[in-house]
Design a protein around this ligand. Structure first.
Ligand SMILES: [Zn+2]
Ligand SMILES: [Zn+2]
Length: 361
């Protein structure tokens, strides 16, 4: 008994000594860890090459305009085979792509669902990173509904001086002026069908479809198919029959969701603080979003294989609140359901029926 006590006492002393040495040497240790991380990032000029064949989906932003440490502005990255596309560019988009060890220089095209500020406020940064990381010689193709030219021109004007600095400093071989900014690929949706095929190849199809987010008009969602796998991004919408139609039989439904119960807490907080105009905004946003329960009804009716909330309103500062956010939806939709966070990664291998959920491997 006494010997065992001495043994443990000795172990505690050794552990304290080791901790003290680690604390004293924390600078060199941190530098060594950083060198490792940087070399793992920079070694991956083409991170797409290592991905198995299929559809890969990452959340480069799962939040809203509210501050949420785990959720930046809305952004979804889709890798179809070896081709990378981004849907919406909320604030933090390009930083999250880098944290997911993706190379912004490899973005083939960007698709915007609508022009609410939280869906475009990372756009300038994303276009800049794509330009210099990829030494792009052509502007980034950006697809979106009418109004797109105005948005892209605004970013181009705001970044015009920066473009001259970077080309002047690094040279045209590194920062070719023609690769700066975005090239508008504006599309209109036919009034009758409300949908348009934007890209159609044997293995890859991207379709835009109209959703309900008035007064934002038009606002769209997207359906992406690669080989035998498919996913739907709802965009911002109240409960929409179009989302249900497009999601029919899809492998994965990424749906925006707003919890009226949790938002009600925020509304009351603003009202109690005398900030009545913010309380009114909290109330106004209820009518053009979908609740988690409504999204679950769509997922159930469309018989999708998995449902992910990818644009979450309001913030969920405690992880335990994810339970509150999703519990009603779980009673409606029995399949896998996930409350998204930045960095989440979903794998839909070609020729498989599985939807793997996790972090980027
Ligand atoms: Zn919106
Ligand atoms: Zn939004």
């Amino acid at each position: 008994m006494q010997r065992s006590g001495k043994f443990w006492g000795g172990m505690v002393v050794v552990a304290l000594l080791l901790a003290a040495v680690a604390w004293w040497q924390r600078g060199p240790i941190a530098m060594a860890i950083m060198q490792r991380q940087v070399s793992s990032l920079t070694a991956m000029a083409n991170p797409l090459a290592a991905l198995p064949d299929g559809l890969h989906v990452g959340l480069c932003g799962a939040g809203s305009p509210f501050p949420d440490a785990q959720r930046s502005g809305p952004c979804t990255v889709v890798v179809a085979g070896k081709r990378m596309f981004v849907f919406d560019a909320g604030s933090g988009a390009s930083r999250n792509l880098a944290l997911m060890r993706l190379n912004a220089g490899q973005i083939e095209a960007l698709f915007l669902t609508h022009f609410h500020s939280d869906h475009i406020d990372g756009l300038g940064e994303l276009m800049m990173q794509r330009w210099v990381q990829g030494t792009a010689r052509q502007a980034l193709p950006v697809h979106g509904p009418p109004g797109l030219e105005k948005v892209l021109q605004g970013f181009k004007d705001a970044y015009a001086l920066d473009q001259t600095y970077r080309t002047g400093h690094h040279g045209e071989a590194i920062a070719p002026p023609a690769g700066f900014g975005g090239a508008a690929q504006t599309f209109s949706l036919p009034a009758d069908t409300g949908r348009k095929v934007l890209l159609s190849e044997p293995d890859l199809e991207i379709v835009a479809f109209r959703v309900s987010h008035g007064p934002v008009e038009p606002a769209v969602g997207y359906r992406i198919r690669y080989k035998d796998r498919s996913l739907v991004i709802s965009g911002d919408t109240s409960k929409s029959a179009a989302v249900q139609r497009e999601a029919m039989g899809a492998d994965l439904l990424l749906h925006a969701a707003l919890s009226p119960t949790i938002l009600g807490v925020v509304e009351k907080g603003f009202a109690d603080a005398g900030r009545s105009h913010l309380a009114k905004i909290m109330h106004d946003v209820l009518n053009y979003h979908t609740t988690p329960e409504e999204a679950a009804e769509i997922a159930k009716a469309a018989n999708v294989k998995a449902l992910v909330f990818n644009h979450i309103v309001p913030p969920l500062p405690l992880s335990a609140l994810e339970q509150n956010f999703a519990k009603g939806a779980r009673q409606i939709y029995q399949g896998p359901l996930h409350v998204g966070r930045d960095g989440d990664w979903f794998t839909l291998l070609a020729g498989s029926a599985a939807v793997e959920m996790g972090k980027r491997p």
